[in-house]
Design a protein around this ligand. Structure first.
Ligand SMILES: O=C(O)CCC(=O)C(=O)O
Ligand SMILES: [Fe+2]
Length: 200
C-alpha cells in the first residue's frame, strides 16, 4: 500500500478495496438517512458549498452563532453511531489512539469545495484526524501551520485515507475541486469524505 508524506500529512493510497468502499458507502447512506446532510451557514451568514452531517457522540455544526460540536443534529435527533466499517479504518491507521467521537460526513456535489482551514475545535490535539475519501477524486491542498505561504496539492481518490496528526495536526488544508464523474462508486455521483475526530 503506497504511502506518501505531504508536509507531514500521511496519505495512504488504496486502503479500501472496491467491495470495502461499497460496504462503507451503504453504511454512510444509512447515516445520511438518519441524519440528513445540510449546508452549514457560517457566522457571516454564507452557506457552505459542502453538505454535512455527522455520526458519533458529537457532530460538527455551524450557524450564525459560529461553529462547534453538538450532541444532536439540528433537527434534534441524536447523531447515529459511527459505523464499524469506519471505526475499523481508524483502528488500522491510528493504533493506540483514543476512539473517535465524531465522524463528520462531507458531501461534495458538483462545484463544492472547502477553503484552506485548520481542524482546531478538538480539545486533545495529540489525537489525529483521519480522513477517508469515497467517490469522485478531489484535489487536496496542504499549506502550513501558520497562515499563508506555499502550498502543495495531491489528488485523493476513492478508498484513500489521509492521516493529519503529529507535527502536522494543525496544518492548513482544503479541497480546491472535485473531478466530476471520475468515480462510479456513488450512484448519485459526487464525493463523500469522512473525517474521524476525537473531540473531548
Ligand atoms: O474533504 C476532505 O478531504 C477534507 C475535509 C476536511 O478538511 C474537513 O472536514 O475538515
Ligand atoms: Fe479539515
Amino acid at each position: 500500500m503506497a504511502m506518501i508524506d505531504v508536509r507531514g500529512v500521511e496519505i495512504r493510497a488504496g486502503v479500501l478495496s472496491r467491495p470495502e468502499q461499497e460496504a462503507m458507502l451503504r453504511d454512510v447512506l444509512a447515516v445520511q438517512a438518519a441524519a440528513p446532510p445540510f449546508h452549514p451557514v457560517t457566522r457571516w451568514g454564507k452557506a457552505m458549498s459542502v453538505a454535512m452531517t455527522s455520526a458519533g457522540r458529537f457532530g460538527w455544526v455551524s450557524d450564525r452563532r459560529g461553529y462547534r460540536y453538538e450532541p444532536r443534529h439540528p433537527s434534534g435527533v441524536p447523531w447515529p453511531p459511527i459505523p464499524d466499517s469506519v471505526l475499523a479504518v481508524w483502528r488500522a491507521v491510528a493504533p493506540g489512539m483514543r476512539e473517535p467521537e465524531c465522524c463528520l460526513v462531507n458531501l461534495y456535489r458538483a462545484g463544492a469545495r472547502m477553503g484552506l482551514h485548520q481542524d482546531r475545535d478538538e480539545a486533545d490535539l495529540s489525537q489525529p484526524v483521519v480522513s477517508i475519501s469515497l467517490g469522485d477524486e478531489a484535489l487536496f491542498r496542504v499549506g502550513n501551520l501558520e497562515r499563508g505561504g506555499t502550498t502543495e496539492s495531491v489528488w485523493l481518490r476513492s478508498g484513500d485515507v489521509a492521516v493529519i496528526g503529529g507535527a502536522a495536526r494543525l496544518i492548513h488544508h482544503g479541497i480546491d475541486r472535485v473531478r466530476d464523474g471520475s468515480s462510479d462508486l456513488i450512484p448519485s455521483g459526487g464525493r463523500i469524505n469522512l473525517t474521524l475526530r476525537v473531540v473531548t
